[in-house]
Design a protein around this ligand. Structure first.
Ligand SMILES: NC(=O)c1ccc[n+]([C@@H]2O[C@H](COP(=O)([O-])OP(=O)(O)OC[C@H]3O[C@@H](n4cnc5c(N)ncnc54)[C@H](O)[C@@H]3O)[C@@H](O)[C@H]2O)c1
Length: 441
């Protein structure tokens, strides 16, 4: 059954808390692409195809031609940061995109200036900017963010908005009673409770304003019952958490393959060095813990040692992140994987990925912005599990385990699009039409 999807008419405002390396790489990329000077490589919405119907039908349109998505021309960017730098200055500081390439879109980038942030150094110790809101009470901060959202929409003539958290990783926190229900959460907000983090305030403000919210960092943010409940009430899509790039992307590509062939895995040691501001933030043990928990969850889910203790029961999984300024945004990761095969004979796999963190993250932010907007126009609300494909630690309904296998995640995403558009699901069975094919030959 085809969903009633509202058209993507008018402008889409993409609001980003945190105009650092990832956000500026996205914005500079979109502006460059709009001028025809680069391709949106890595973006499924822009470059991916989707098979429709049987293989014999040869229908493989681009996703952007299959579902109604906002065109890049209709996107307007805005955001908040604790530093005053405009997007051009911030992109220069991030050193991801070459200066000569940035200069081709200098004017567009300079025009985007961050709004004052809601910030709490208790949650991110290793940075200190002074471009922050005057309001110190958490409820007033939420209110100020709602005003920003309203003003941005009006000034830029947007018909719709989405918000994607690209700000620093906050310190590790665990679930507590304040997050249990909307009522508790709102009481805590009114009481200026220190357990409400800045990212939760942004998420709350977005949901209250009917703006879809996705979380690119591993912080809890909207992954708490209170905000899941709120998103349902307000009919707003939410998703998270932690963009799946670099080492975890590799892990969720490789581990399903080993598992598919029933090969054993004894150990997986992952080490990283990176020197950007994200690396500096993660140099603090409290902030690293948030990232570590997110990165560790992946293998357990894919390999499921409880179902197959002979193959994965002894798995030792370790993740290390080290701050190393000379590498900047060009993260380098090493994985040593101890596997075993027939009769238990050991083998090793070594991966040395010289990646560019923000180059991998930028297309994810673009896709999430466009798909979250699509979800809203299709009347979908609450957790958008079909977007797990983009996250290291996909948010699911309470009680459901997350799916980390990238191929299953892709199938779910594509089937959701087919379902939205009234197309048949693809099961890869084929038996239903083989006979017909044989007879027609
Ligand atoms: N690059 C990747 O591959 C990748 C992958 C997964 C997740 N992430 C996450 O994405 C986020 C952004 O990464 P990045 O490399 O751009 O980091 P970055 O440090 O370059 O940018 C983050 C920006 O957020 C700002 N900030 C911090 N707290 C804020 C607040 N409360 N309100 C507004 N702005 C705030 C900082 O000043 C900074 O400019 C990080 O949380 C990171 O862990 C990145």
């Amino acid at each position: 059954m085809e969903h009633q999807i509202k058209n993507a008419d008018g402008k889409l405002g993409v609001l980003i808390p945190g105009l650092g390396a990832v956000a500026t790489t996205l914005i500079a990329g979109v502006e460059t692409i709009k001028k025809g000077l680069a391709h949106p490589v890595g973006s499924l919405t822009q470059m991916g195809n989707i098979r429709l119907g049987k293989r014999t039908e040869n229908r493989n349109p681009r996703i952007k031609d299959f579902v109604s998505l906002t065109s890049l021309e209709d996107i307007v960017f805005g955001g908040w940061d604790v530093y005053e730098d405009n997007v051009y200055q911030s992109a220069v500081n991030a050193k991801v995109i070459d200066r000569h390439q940035l200069d081709t879109v200098k004017e567009e980038l300079e025009a985007i200036k961050p709004m004052k942030a809601v910030f709490d150094k208790e949650y991110v110790k290793n940075i200190s900017g002074n471009h922050v809101k005057k309001a110190t009470h958490k409820y007033d901060q939420a209110f100020a963010l709602m005003e920003d959202i309203r003003d941005f929409k009006e000034k830029n003539g947007c018909s719709r908005l989405v918000m994607i958290w690209c700000a620093s990783t906050e310190k590790y926190i665990e679930h507590c009673e304040v997050y249990d229900s909307l009522e508790h959460f709102e009481t805590a907000l009114h009481n200026d409770d220190p357990r409400i983090s800045p990212s939760m305030i942004y998420a709350y403000a977005a949901i209250k304003m009917g703006v879809p919210f996705a979380n690119g960092a591993p912080n809890l943010t909207c992954d708490i019952p209170a905000l899941v409940q709120f998103a349902k009430i307000m009919q707003v899509p939410i998703a998270g958490k932690d963009f799946k790039t670099g080492q975890t992307l590799m892990k969720t590509i490789l581990a399903p393959g080993l598992h598919a062939r029933a090969l054993g895995v004894k150990g997986w040691f992952s080490s990283n060095i990176l020197g950007n501001r994200d690396g500096l933030v993660l140099d603090d043990p409290d902030n690293f813990k948030t990232k570590e928990v997110s990165k560790l969850s992946v293998l357990q889910d894919i390999l499921q040692p409880d179902l197959n203790p002979e193959l994965y029961g002894d798995l030792y999984h370790k993740v290390r992140i080290n701050y190393y300024p000379p590498h900047g945004d060009n993260k380098e990761s090493w994985d040593n994987i101890d596997i075993f095969g027939w009769m238990g004979y050991p083998m090793q796999i070594k991966i040395n990925f010289l990646c560019r963190d923000s180059i991998l993250a930028a297309p994810i932010v673009l896709d999430l912005a466009l798909f979250m907007d699509l979800a809203a126009r299709a009347g979908m609300c609450g957790i958008q599990e079909w977007l797990s494909f983009y996250f290291k630690s996909p948010q699911t309904l309470e009680g459901l385990r997350s799916e980390h296998d990238i191929f299953k995640q892709l199938m779910k995403l594509q089937n959701t699009l087919r379902h939205m558009m009234g197309e048949d699901m693809i099961t890869h069975l084929g038996l239903d039409y083989y006979q017909q094919l044989v007879e027609s030959l």
